[in-house]
Design a protein around this ligand. Structure first.
Ligand SMILES: Cc1ncc(COP(=O)(O)O)c(C=O)c1O
Length: 380
């Protein structure tokens, strides 16, 4: 059977291919240290683990769940946003649980894009924005992010272009892969730009609570609820990547459109996972402090490793990666990481998988123990 044409618009995910190669090298007995992917190796809190265990015996725990999630879960999302960002969302209709923010990218795109609509996508940025845009028959339109502009779009330059077909703009601050942050003024400009051009602004915000002194949500900006949605996730903040819990927040009309898609695609989130998520969202300040202490130690070590590779980096960046610039004279990101992989058995992500502006950069994940990072340093 011939697969649908839309499959010609996407390729197998880089990590899926490269990790197969890395696994092959491991099977040959090579002592590979994987600094590629941002999948937290630490455990969720004991409270979270106990919550899911206890939930298994609750009445109805194994039945289909509401498409909108338990009211208690939506309350917990809403309180989390209130406590962390000072943002008020109505738990009834302004927040929706997702099975990870990645699925939200597809749902939002299905809810708002018609074939031929254009989508503003950051270069570099999370590759899923592009693949989903292509899968729904819309057209990716990249905006440049560079070191020079602080990895923030040149809105004046964009305003000079014909934006009449643009329906969605993806942003992710704190930015993945660079770890750049956007301040309140910049986010205010983004909201104004989206309003002026009738664009749905979607900020993908899963890294706010990793090594970040000043978390900020797009929904804090006045008027943002009119034009913006925000995605958030428990994957990185609570070490729950495999649980698949995310959320989308915004005004009720936008959320309803997403719900219309979602309710036709899944049959609710497992009850136990919802209970665990509620426990996570209610974590005390010490959770965040302890998590950040671990990542802080790892990041300091990763800087030393980057130094060994003669790479440079911005110590003001946040999140669970170190985004590093290759030394002058290095040929290309992919060649560079392949050399390190084959010579030193260390896998690092080439910046190019996030777009052409990632050329000349590599990304180290902090989801690696301090001992492994020390071992990697010793290999040089
Ligand atoms: C920018 C960005 N958005 C979304 C995701 C997806 O996260 P999840 O689906 O686990 O919530 C990731 C994961 O790496 C990411 O880096």
């Amino acid at each position: 059977m011939i697969a649908a044409n839309r499959l010609n618009t996407v390729e197998e995910y880089y990590f899926s291919k490269k990790l197969r190669e890395v696994r092959g090298l491991m099977a040959e007995g090579r002592p590979i240290i994987n600094m590629g992917i941002g999948s937290p190796d630490l455990e969720p809190s004991i409270d979270v683990q106990n919550a899911v265990k206890e939930a298994l015996r609750h009445d109805g725990a194994h039945q289909y769940q509401s498409y909108q999630g338990l009211p208690e879960l939506r309350e917990a999302f809403s309180s989390f946003y209130k406590n962390k960002f000072g943002v008020t969302v109505n738990p009834q209709n302004e927040v929706l649980p997702l099975m990870g923010s990645k699925e939200g990218i597809m749902h939002i795109s299905l809810a708002f894009l018609n074939p031929g609509d254009e989508v503003l996508i950051p270069n570099p940025g999370y590759p899923t924005y592009t693949s989903v845009t292509n899968l729904v028959g819309a057209v990716p339109r990249y905006y440049d992010l560079t070191d020079k502009n602080g990895w923030f779009p040149d809105l004046e330059e964009l305003k000079g272009q014909d934006l009449s077909k643009v329906k969605i703009m993806w942003t992710s601050y704190p930015h993945m892969p660079t770890g750049a942050t956007a301040n309140r003024e910049q986010l205010t400009d983004l909201v104004a730009f989206s309003k002026e051009n009738d664009i749905l602004l979607v900020n993908d915000n899963p890294y706010s609570f990793v090594l970040n002194q000043s978390p900020i949500s797009i929904l804090e900006i006045e008027g943002a609820m009119d034009v913006a949605l925000e995605l958030n996730s428990l994957s990185k903040t609570f070490n729950m990547a495999g649980w698949r819990v995310g959320m989308v927040l915004g005004n009720s009309e936008h959320i309803n459109a997403v719900l219309k898609v979602k309710s036709n695609m899944d049959s609710g989130m497992f009850y136990g996972i919802q209970k665990g998520a509620i426990a996570a969202l209610n974590s005390s300040e010490s959770w965040f402090n302890e998590l950040n202490a671990v990542y802080h130690e790892r990041r300091e070590l990763m800087y030393t490793l980057a130094d060994k590779l003669q790479c440079t980096y911005d110590k003001d960046s946040v999140g669970m990666f170190v985004w590093a610039k290759l030394p002058k004279g290095a040929s290309s990101s992919e060649k560079f990481i392949d050399e390190v992989l084959y010579d030193k058995n260390i896998f690092i992500t080439p910046g190019t998988i996030f777009g052409s502006n990632g050329e000349g950069y590599i990304r180290f994940s902090l989801c690696v123990t301090a001992d492994k990072i020390k071992e990697a340093i010793n290999r040089f």
